[in-house]
Design a binder for this molecule. Structure first.
Ligand code: ZN
Ligand code: ZN
Length: 414
């Protein structure tokens, strides 16, 4: 028996229709990023492991369980983009070249844990980071930007969930209070949460096993733990979002699975994905740059999951269509047909032919399958007169055209 191979569990192949949808999402997003003044950066898939330990934090699922390690090295396949963009920012001392920078990126991210249902080991993010301002206007811009992208790609049903974690002091205070409160109810927590309580109490609010909902009833979230400035900023942000026509649902227990967030955190969910899954998320990270060895520079960002967007959009059916298919009536004319094909491509039409020299009927079937807008049929009678038949596949009409006029005829008919 010959052995054949399958893709690795937790990875996806994109067929032409899926790849077409994938690229449509990216190009729609790129237009919006440009409209909002974000510039693209392309960063490597590999980074130092420590970057994420310091950046994302121990006690988070990503660092404790999900990092995709390269065997025997302190290198990982990147699990997320923000810590990496900060690494790039600091490595290039961008703080010395202007006090505000805006970037976007698209690309693969990785998780090393054993893949469960719906969880991928390789997935793709579209993300943006705005580094250098603590203005809540930037938070509003980020949220608006992420929703605009989802609108542009056709995600209709979505909800924005919003919270403020407060500044570092607020987070520390809340963390302490949470630990004290929850220690009293330790027996009600799941095993994971008992562990989280020691290492990283805020994570309990992230529990997928219901420890969180019990806590909400007891403590009413942690808005009460915010300092005046953080409370005011959150109110201002909510009002500003209202002016932009955005109505968030406030969830004072939304913490997100990463340690670097401070103040604003948000999630965009869709009922089409089920209760637990977000299409995207983001927030402010005013201490991350300092934590990664830089100066104190506030920043905010978000990322959207491309596979999740595609899941919401539904099954991809469309593929990229070609302009012209060149068919030949007789085998001897293949060389002439190939010349016409080459010439059309030179004139920037997308064009193709059938290299297996099948019957005309079967070539026309291929033209249909490729979604060709026009088919050029090269047959000996007409070819001797310097002509070919040009078939408009949409209108099912056909006409004789001089080979030298072919390109301009196609442009006219289009
Ligand atoms: Zn505060
Ligand atoms: Zn739990």
């Amino acid at each position: 028996m010959k052995k054949t191979y399958n893709n690795i569990r937790g990875t996806l192949d994109f067929n032409p229709a899926e790849a077409f949808s994938f690229q449509k999402v990216i190009s729609a997003a790129e237009k919006i990023f440009q409209r909002f003044g974000y510039q693209e950066i392309i960063l490597p898939l590999l980074e130092e492991r420590e970057l994420f330990i310091k950046g994302v934090g121990t006690g988070t699922d990503i660092v404790d369980r999900q990092m995709f390690k390269i065997e025997g090295k302190d290198i990982v396949l990147r699990p997320e983009g923000t810590a990496q963009v900060v690494r790039y920012y600091l490595q290039n001392s961008l703080q010395k070249r202007g006090d505000f920078h805006k970037f976007f990126y698209t690309g693969a991210m990785f998780r090393g844990e054993r893949p469960q249902k719906g969880r991928l080991r390789q997935f793709h993010h579209l993300g943006a980071e705005a580094i250098g301002s603590d203005s809540f206007y930037v938070d509003a811009e980020m949220i608006d930007l992420s929703l605009k992208i989802l609108e542009a790609v056709g995600v209709k049903e979505k909800e924005l969930v919003l919270n403020s974690l407060g500044c570092k002091d607020d987070k520390d205070n809340f963390s302490r209070r949470l630990k004290a409160d929850l220690t009293k109810h330790k027996n009600k927590l799941c095993d994971d949460c008992r562990n989280r309580l020691e290492k990283n109490p805020l994570r309990v609010l992230d529990c997928k096993k219901g420890c969180r909902s019990d806590y909400i009833k007891q403590a009413g979230g942690h808005f009460i733990d915010l300092c005046l400035k953080c409370k005011q900023d959150f109110k201002n942000l909510t009002a500003l979002l209202g002016d932009l026509g955005i109505k968030p649902k406030t969830d004072f227990c939304l913490v997100r699975g990463l340690d670097y967030y401070t103040k604003t955190v948000f999630e965009i969910t869709s009922s089409q994905l089920g209760a637990q899954d977000a299409i995207g998320a983001g927030g402010r990270y005013d201490n991350l740059i300092e934590d990664l060895g830089g100066p104190r520079v506030p920043a905010v960002g978000f990322a959207l999951g491309i596979e999740r967007i595609l899941l919401v959009l539904g099954k991809a059916l469309e593929t990229k269509k070609i302009d012209v298919f060149v068919a030949v009536g007789e085998e001897e004319l293949f060389e002439a047909g190939f010349k016409i094909l080459t010439d059309l491509r030179k004139k920037t039409f997308s064009a193709d032919c059938d290299y297996n020299q099948k019957s005309l009927k079967s070539q026309l079937r291929t033209a249909q399958r490729l979604g060709a807008r026009f088919t050029v049929i090269v047959a000996s009678d007409e070819y001797q007169r310097g002509c070919v038949a040009l078939k408009d596949m949409d209108k099912s009409t056909q006409q004789e055209v001089k080979i030298e006029d072919l390109a301009s005829q196609i442009i006219d008919l289009k």
